[in-house]
Design a binder for this molecule. Structure first.
Ligand SMILES: Nc1nc2c(ncn2[C@@H]2O[C@H](COP(=O)(O)OP(=O)(O)OP(=O)(O)O)[C@@H](O)[C@H]2O)c(=O)[nH]1
Length: 544
């Protein structure tokens, strides 16, 4: 029966066979401590050690020649460990029909990797040899156990291949703290009392000795001869989640989760608090681990059941009970509230971006367009014309231009008012817009003056365009007076082509067209005149 709990239930023979051969040197991955620490830790006799029986099991786990009988013999030499292994194999986590009666049966059920986990955990946690200086050993092992269970459960949830190893790494990831505490004594005690949490501890260790307890733990694990995967797993156990692979991520997430769990337990038992350390952890883990919020909370709720029996098996005092289900539900509610806030912020940001986009579009429009008519303004027209002027010169293309000036506009304003004058300008702009295309560009030059230009086309095309415009003006009402009189206006136009003279720039071209336009004015208005080679042509007489 699957209980969801057992770090010891898998038959992870792959891990065993993948272990390096006995005596295999791990020199290629030899971990080196910073000088200051190496001097103090070196061969310090105070360093934590493993019981001989556990050392033998570790050695067997590293040996490709070891068989089940070898493991059984090694474990049976330690009656307390044998009892633990039998107890575990027959616990609620391994609901077989018949109980395991021999050590060999128990190991077969647990698997080698899980047996090693039990041996290491039991061997370390149950030892009384560690005389802590500044460490709260009870808290240390509680954290380690919760971390081991969480790491294991996460690995199971993600269907990773070695949840047993995740358990062992969760348990051993802070083993370096034991070494530092034993060897540095007061120095480490002072450092421990100066920090508030685990992350701050790692940072302080780095500052003081050039590395944190994760590296010290890995160094220690290497001295004990633990499998290479365990050594590197411990070394990497404090790296940020986004810097490690998913298997390691379960381990690295488990430590802070265990700390948050114990914080909640302490808060629940000592003082009411609104502080919810688990909420922050969940918020970080949900996207990083790829486990959805509900599954993660359910998984953590399961800890409530698995923690007490596992603590008993490992001889670790159980953390004070607290209403974890309620705490996790509150954390979930806080998380939802946080999501809502984030969604609102996101919405506000989108609205703000849209507002800025519209404002930007509006500013861009204002920079290049005339506000009354919506046509290109003078500055933009000049820039555009200059660009086409250069291109036409460079590529030997034609370019022609029509300068348009509405006739008697002052008179119109004086007679009907400035507002009607504006209406006429807008009406004329509408008429002009009908003529604009990819090949015909134009806009308002200023006041009652407008410009059209034709890239790639000569004076004949420009003349035809001016005539079309003139015809349409003759038949189009541009505005209506208050007493319903239709207003039509005429315009005087000057036409120029790039080939008409040696023009130096676009401004020259406009001036030439302007001059031609004045010829048309002087000839009686409502006419079109061409500028030709500096010689002003006689205006046509047939204009409207
Ligand atoms: N309503 C209105 N009038 C404008 C605007 N811009 C310029 N004007 C007027 O246009 C008139 C141009 O007058 P003039 O330069 O004397 O030219 P005109 O009266 O058209 O005479 P000719 O060009 O010689 O036919 C002025 O009275 C300006 O005030 C505008 O945006 N709206």
């Amino acid at each position: 029966m699957e209980t969801g709990m057992p770090p010891f239930a898998e038959q992870d023979s792959a891990t065993h066979s993948a272990a390096p051969p006995a005596g295999h040197s791990q020199d290629d991955t030899l971990l080196v401590l910073p000088d200051a620490l190496a001097k103090v830790l070196g061969d310090n006799r105070a360093l934590p050690s493993l019981p001989a029986s556990v050392m033998q099991i570790v050695a067997l786990a590293e040996s490709p020649d070891a068989n089940l009988q070898d493991f059984t013999a090694a474990i049976e030499r330690d009656p307390a460990l044998t009892l633990r292994i039998l107890g575990l194999a027959n616990s609620v986590f391994h609901a077989y029909d018949t109980p395991a009666e021999t050590c060999q049966e128990a190991i077969t059920r647990l698997g080698i990797d899980a047996t090693l986990s039990v041996a290491l955990g039991f061997g370390l946690a149950s030892q009384q040899q560690f005389r802590a200086r500044g460490l709260d050993l009870s808290y240390f092992w509680q954290r380690a156990l919760i971390s081991a269970l969480t790491s294991y459960t996460l690995a199971r949830q993600l269907a990773l291949p070695s949840p047993g190893r995740a358990f062992t790494l969760g348990l051993l990831q802070d083993i370096g703290m034991l070494a530092l505490d034993a060897c540095l004594r007061r120095g480490y005690a002072a450092l421990l009392s100066s920090v508030d949490d685990h992350a701050a501890l790692s940072a302080a260790e780095h500052k003081a000795w050039g590395c944190d307890h994760a590296l010290v733990g890995a160094w220690l694990a290497q001295r004990w001869g633990l499998p290479k995967q365990l050594v590197s797993g411990i070394a990497n156990s404090h790296l940020p989640l986004d810097q490690v692979l998913i298997g390691q991520r379960c381990v690295n997430a488990a430590g802070p989760l265990a700390e948050a769990w114990l914080d909640c337990s302490a808060a629940d038992n000592h003082a009411a608090t609104d502080d919810m350390p688990l909420t922050d952890m969940l918020r970080e883990l949900v996207p990083t681990l790829g486990i959805d919020e509900d599954a993660l909370i359910e998984l953590l709720c399961g800890l409530q059941e698995t923690l007490p029996p596992t603590a008993e098996l490992m001889h670790i005092s159980c953390p004070p009970e607290f209403d974890a289900t309620r705490t996790l539900l509150e954390a979930k509610q806080q998380l939802h509230a946080h999501h809502l806030k984030l969604s609102q912020q996101l919405l506000n940001q989108r609205l703000e971006i849209e507002r800025l986009r519209l404002r930007q579009a509006d500013l861009t429009q204002r920079v290049s367009h005339d506000p009354l008519t919506g046509l290109f303004n003078r500055a933009h027209l000049e820039a555009l014309l200059e660009q086409h002027f250069r291109e036409a010169l460079d590529q030997g293309n034609e370019l022609s231009l029509v300068f348009i000036d509405l006739d008697y506009f002052k008179q119109l304003n004086d007679q009907h008012g400035h507002r009607l004058g504006d209406e006429v300008l807008k009406g004329f702009a509408g008429l002009l817009r009908e003529l604009l295309s990819h090949d015909i560009l134009g806009g308002r030059y200023g006041g009652e003056e407008f410009v059209l230009f034709l890239p790639g086309a000569g004076a004949e095309a420009a003349m035809r365009l001016a005539e079309t415009l003139q015809q349409r003006m003759a038949s189009r009402t541009l505005a209506v007076t208050v007493d319903h009189n239709a207003i039509r206006v005429s315009a005087s136009m000057g036409v120029v082509s790039l080939v008409d003279s040696d023009f130096v720039n676009a401004e020259d071209l406009i001036q030439a067209a302007d001059q031609a336009m004045y010829i048309a004015k002087r000839a009686g208005r409502g006419r079109i005149a061409r500028y030709c080679d500096g010689v002003e042509e006689e205006p046509q007489q047939d204009s409207v």
